[in-house]
Design a protein around this ligand. Structure first.
Ligand SMILES: *[C@@H]1O[C@H](CO)[C@@H](O)[C@H](O)[C@H]1NC(C)=O
Ligand SMILES: *[C@@H]1O[C@H](CO)[C@@H](O)[C@H](O)[C@H]1NC(C)=O
Ligand SMILES: *[C@@H]1O[C@H](CO)[C@@H](O)[C@H](O)[C@H]1NC(C)=O
Ligand SMILES: *[C@@H]1O[C@H](CO)[C@@H](O)[C@H](O)[C@H]1NC(C)=O
Ligand SMILES: *[C@@H]1O[C@H](CO)[C@@H](O)[C@H](O)[C@H]1NC(C)=O
Ligand SMILES: *[C@@H]1O[C@H](CO)[C@@H](O)[C@H](O)[C@H]1NC(C)=O
Length: 458
């Protein structure tokens, strides 16, 4: 896109078209309209020089509102032939070829492209640093700020030991199972200052490099992982998740596990108690089924039931069902976009926080998560594999069900966009409902297109 491009963006229609095209290009957008400031920052602070290099503290800082990292893998390529003498608070996955450095103890890693992973909890004291050793879990900033940073220390050798003879690591990459990030190169920035505990004096790093990593949806999951089903008290119709929302079901209908196309996994019929029993007892050398076979094949289903309409309030019930037989989701979170969160009242048995991506332009998004020790863990598929809550909204005299506000416009589970049913299938979706939702979508599109424009200019 050239700067000229922005000149041509005149009409709202064109913005919408641009927006739709951009959204549908796989991997083209790393900007999250619900969390425009959210990203992961990687910061290297060189704290001292050593005989043949330096000692640095590396921080992985998550500022994303609702997206965490399940198990980080941080990689880079050394600019020359640097090596890692010692590491605390994390480890390199490969020692690599240390034959040129036959020291005792040997270097921690001589790999020219190290990959760093966190340690498990409960390490001996001398292996730890502050903010380490959580098996790579980095929480979303607004959910759990204390655990939104992960840190390790690294002693680098076979390099320079002055600020003009060291080389910035290249090709930074950040991954996590099921999540993909795209990182900018590390750049030299102003040295970080560290205030003393009484705040009266600052010390500072010798040299600081930092980089930012953006979540890339299509890098993260080739296919969606959750879907939404809907119902309303005024209609007997339950709108199921869209067929093949996450994957298409196996054709065979015989009992027992069925292969899932395009994966090395299998699914079992939801009403096959014997298969379920077998699935929960893992047999040696066999891969247990991972899912129930359903028409949508989504591991997570969110059901939104429009439950009641009172004089001054209306109420919806949200149920999250885990259909993954091999996974407990600890600290799950749900983000829901709905035009009426402006008048949101309260959630029962979930914790709720509004996300206000545009400050006072639109407050239509809220994040929900479990209540600690009560439902913050979404258990594996089975009788315990669901959590639910009711959400109560205030309304004014202009509110009627016929303006179609009963259903969410976007749902995200653990940061992944969930597939909504086709609006033409909604329970008796009354006429004239799309005005407000369309308005919000247009607003989001406009903001997004402007950002895309600006990004292409700079
Ligand atoms: C290197 O450090 C010295 C002393 O701290 C400083 O005066 C100099 O400006 C630094 N050079 C660079 C290139 O940062
Ligand atoms: C990275 O450097 C930029 C520029 O100095 C700064 O604005 C930003 O806060 C830094 N990030 C971190 C994590 O320190
Ligand atoms: C989920 O948690 C329960 C209770 O802690 C445990 O028994 C079960 O093995 C876990 N399942 C998985 C797949 O980790
Ligand atoms: C929210 O409630 C206020 C008064 O309670 C009302 O004036 C306003 O129109 C409502 N907004 C929406 C979007 O329902
Ligand atoms: C959004 O929320 C903020 C803070 O709660 C409030 O100041 C602002 O007026 C709200 N905007 C709208 C459109 O309701
Ligand atoms: C909605 O509007 C269309 C045409 O505008 C009409 O044919 C249809 O009957 C209406 N549906 C309802 C439920 O009112």
């Amino acid at each position: 896109m050239t700067p000229n491009f922005c000149h041509h963006v005149r009409s709202a229609w064109f913005l919408v078209v641009v927006c739709l095209v951009v959204v549908s290009l796989p991997g083209a957008v790393t900007f999250d309209p619900l969390d425009p400031e959210g990203q992961i920052m990687i910061r290297w602070d060189i704290m001292r020089w050593t005989g043949d290099g330096y000692a640095a503290t590396v921080n992985i800082i998550n500022t994303q509102q609702y997206r965490g990292i399940r198990s980080y893998r941080l990689g880079w390529k050394w600019a020359k032939k640097e090596l890692i003498w010692v590491m605390t608070g994390a480890q390199a996955t490969e020692q690599g070829d240390c034959s040129r450095h036959p020291t005792d103890p040997p270097p921690h890693s001589c790999s020219l492209t190290p990959t760093i992973i966190d340690l498990l909890p409960g390490q001996p004291y001398n292996m730890q640093t502050a903010n380490c050793c959580r098996d790579g879990v980095i929480a979303p900033a607004s959910l759990d700020p204390k655990n939104s940073v992960s840190r390790f220390q690294i002693t680098v050798g076979n390099t320079g030991n002055t600020n003009t003879t060291i080389n910035i690591p290249q090709k930074l990459s950040l991954g996590s199972p099921g999540a993909g990030y795209s990182c900018s190169p590390l750049k030299k920035v102003l040295p970080t200052k560290f205030p003393s505990p009484d705040g009266k004096r600052n010390t500072q790093a010798f040299v600081t490099w930092n980089a930012t990593c953006q979540y890339v949806p299509n890098l993260a999951h080739p296919a969606p992982v959750c879907c939404v089903s809907l119902s309303a008290f005024y209609s007997p119709k339950i709108v199921p998740c869209a067929d093949c929302a996450c994957n298409c079901p196996p054709k065979s209908t015989t009992p027992g596990p069925h292969a899932i196309a395009g994966t090395d996994q299998t699914c079992i019929a939801p009403n096959d108690p014997q298969a379920l029993q077998n699935a929960l007892v893992v047999k040696k050398g066999t891969k247990p089924p991972s899912l129930f076979c359903t028409k949508d094949m989504c591991p997570i289903k969110i059901h939104w039931h429009l439950k009641e309409n009172y004089k001054h309030y209306w109420r919806a019930k949200i149920t999250i069902t885990n259909r993954n037989l091999q996974m407990n989701y600890t600290n799950w979170n749900l983000v829901i976009q709905h035009p009426n969160f402006v008048n949101f009242t309260r959630a029962f048995s979930f914790t709720e926080k509004p996300l206000t991506p545009y400050g006072d332009i639109a407050n239509d998004t809220a994040m929900f998560w479990g209540v600690k020790y009560y439902n913050d863990m979404l258990m594996q598929a089975g009788p315990q594999g669901n959590v639910q809550s009711e959400v109560l909204f205030a309304k004014d005299s202009t509110f009627t069900l016929s303006n179609g506000w009963g259903f969410p416009s976007h749902v995200y589970f653990n940061g992944d966009d969930c597939v909504l049913p086709d609006p033409s299938d909604y329970p008796h979706l009354p006429n004239g409902s799309s005005k407000l939702r369309g308005g919000l979508a247009l607003l989001a599109c406009t903001l997004m297109s402007i950002t895309v424009c600006l990004t292409s200019l700079f």
